[in-house]
Design a protein around this ligand. Structure first.
Ligand SMILES: *[C@@H]1O[C@H](CO)[C@@H](O)[C@H](O)[C@H]1NC(C)=O
Ligand SMILES: *[C@@H]1O[C@H](CO)[C@@H](O)[C@H](O)[C@H]1NC(C)=O
Ligand SMILES: *[C@@H]1O[C@H](CO)[C@@H](O)[C@H](O)[C@H]1NC(C)=O
Ligand SMILES: *[C@@H]1O[C@H](CO)[C@@H](O)[C@H](O)[C@H]1NC(C)=O
Ligand SMILES: *[C@@H]1O[C@H](CO)[C@@H](O)[C@H](O)[C@H]1NC(C)=O
Length: 482
């Protein structure tokens, strides 16, 4: 399949003949076919792309080293105008599990993971372009949590594998993104006493902003990343530990009325500065939301907030049972999160169902989130991660196609799930809690109306909606995110 994004009719149209592109498109495998058909592709590509102005097609390789796996993205761009953003022609990706952090005591194995993934790059990028195709690796949560010297050893091994490859290794090619500041901005000179490794050369931009750039690069008939752009999309992300919001406000007042300056990110594109409202709420992710609703966060016991996170859970008579009316009243089980195992149960008084549950969750969400001024003016929101997964679990959307939902759809379904959970043992016992948390977070947290529509998706135009594309664009165009 072929995708041409980000050009306006006439002016930015790529000059590579469309017939040629159509031929290329026919020859190109979809990501699922990567393994079987790439070999043939590498023979076809160089000969076909060479007759066109060679400097106009280029490639970039971005590794996303996450906590559960490592993913390679090989992007093919067409550049028609040095002043403009390139056009994304194709994305090839492949992933392996587990993540690099699983090899904490055998860095050579981590290097081997990267070496294996590099085969995708060798097969996608024509041999003649290897020397000028950059390799970049950005690590997130998994490596960030390791002791600094262990993470450093892993990264050095990756760097070594990069250098022995035939590709270009730019400065700052391997680094860890500072996740605790995913919405908070600090200049690179801020000294760090923590166990993270700072970006060696240049301060790493936060993933929320990079994901916004990725999605807006891909959405719309034409690129949304233009000055005076009117129709950008905002993004909502819900992880286990934190939740993020990023959008381009229409009104100055939304930026001016943000709590502190680190709710605002600026970056430069096409000679103008875009100002985003962006924030990451640590502790308001879905799993942390469960923990807080169950009363197991802070004070309540040996949770991630206590000092004893490395100790095994308290045993025997000391085991506390955490209860919530968001769980079926007769439910009793163990639940593990963040290296801890908790005893959890329904409400012992028998209170269960949506109304009780909502009241419990409101106590957790109320006041935790700043409600942006005129949130819904001008931005349509895409929602990712657990927003998507739980909408699938609740039967609201298809797990491949995704879908469009109103906030009230989450609420309606939360009510149904919660009020029927005693009678329906087939649904996950946590679905009522999770759906109610999402409803409450959207309405009472961020302040969305029930009529607000959200696009639930994993991909935009068949390209993974992740920070990786934004990070690649930033690498080439130094967007000066700050
Ligand atoms: C190819 O493109 C580059 C940059 O866009 C330009 O400088 C060069 O003159 C072009 N060459 C040909 C043969 O068109
Ligand atoms: C990450 O961000 C936090 C909060 O902004 C800051 O205190 C810390 O120094 C940063 N760490 C690195 C390695 O940049
Ligand atoms: C970009 O800004 C510079 C400096 O302000 C100016 O000289 C230049 O003409 C601008 N370019 C465009 C394409 O607007
Ligand atoms: C149920 O949870 C509430 C609130 O967290 C707590 O006050 C109460 O003691 C718990 N009940 C039992 C029987 O554990
Ligand atoms: C947890 O750690 C903090 C700072 O390290 C300390 O002040 C506090 O007393 C500790 N709490 C417990 C319960 O050990």
């Amino acid at each position: 399949m072929l995708f041409i994004f980000c050009f306006s009719r006439g002016k930015m149209r790529p000059t590579v003949p469309l017939l040629l592109l159509a031929l290329l498109a026919a020859a190109r495998p979809t990501p699922a076919q990567v393994k079987t058909s790439l070999l043939d592709l590498s023979r076809i590509l160089p000969s076909l792309s060479r007759p066109a102005n060679h400097s106009r097609i280029f490639y970039a390789v971005m590794f996303d080293a996450g906590s559960t796996g490592t993913r390679i993205h090989v992007y093919t761009f067409i550049h028609s105008d040095a002043e403009k953003l390139p056009v994304l022609d194709n994305e090839m990706f492949h992933s392996v599990k587990p993540g690099l952090s699983a090899y904490v005591d055998s860095p050579e194995m981590a290097g081997q993971t990267v070496r294996v993934l590099l085969k995708v790059a060798r097969k996608t990028v024509p041999r003649l372009d290897w020397k000028r195709t950059p390799l970049v690796l950005r690590a997130t949560a998994g490596l960030r949590l390791l002791p600094a010297e262990k993470a450093q050893a892993l990264l050095e091994q990756v760097q070594h594998v990069f250098h022995e490859s035939p590709f270009l290794v730019p400065d700052n090619s391997v680094s860890i993104m500072n996740g605790t500041s995913e919405g908070n901005f600090r200049p690179p000179s801020v000294p760090t006493t923590s166990s993270f490794i700072p970006c060696p050369i240049r301060w790493c931009p936060p993933t929320g902003v990079l994901a916004w750039i990725s999605v807006n690069f891909l959405t719309g008939e034409y690129c949304h990343l233009r000055p005076q752009t009117k129709k950008t999309v905002g993004i909502l992300d819900l992880g286990g530990g934190s939740t993020q919001i990023t959008f381009l406000p229409k009104l100055r007042k939304t930026i001016e009325s943000a709590p502190v300056d680190d709710y605002v990110a600026r970056f430069e594109i096409f000679n103008s500065t875009l100002e985003l409202y962006t924030h990451s709420y640590l502790g308001n992710g879905l799993m942390m939301g469960r923990l807080a609703t169950l009363g197991a966060r802070g004070g309540g016991g040996a949770g991630p907030d206590a000092n004893s996170t490395d100790l095994p859970p308290a045993a025997g008579s000391e085991t506390k049972i955490f209860n919530s009316s968001c769980l079926p009243s007769k439910f009793r089980d163990e639940w593990s999160f963040g290296g801890q195992t908790y005893q959890v149960s329904g409400n012992p008084d028998g209170d269960a169902g949506y109304k009780h549950c909502y009241q419990e969750i409101l106590k957790v969400v109320d006041g935790a989130i700043h409600q942006p001024y005129k949130l819904e003016d001008g931005s349509f929101f895409y929602a990712f991660s657990y927003y998507f997964d739980r909408a699938v679990d609740a039967g609201l959307i298809d797990d491949v196609q995704g879908g469009i939902l109103q906030v009230r759809d989450f609420k309606k379904r939360a009510k149904e799930v919660c009020n029927k959970m005693a009678k329906d043992p087939t649904t996950s016992p946590f679905l009522c809690l999770d759906m109610t948390y999402i409803t409450c977070l959207l309405k009472d947290g961020f302040g969305f109306k029930e009529s607000t529509t959200l696009q639930l998706t994993k991909k935009v135009k068949n390209v993974e909606a992740s920070w990786a594309l934004g990070a690649t664009l930033d690498h080439f165009h130094n967007l000066k995110i700050h």
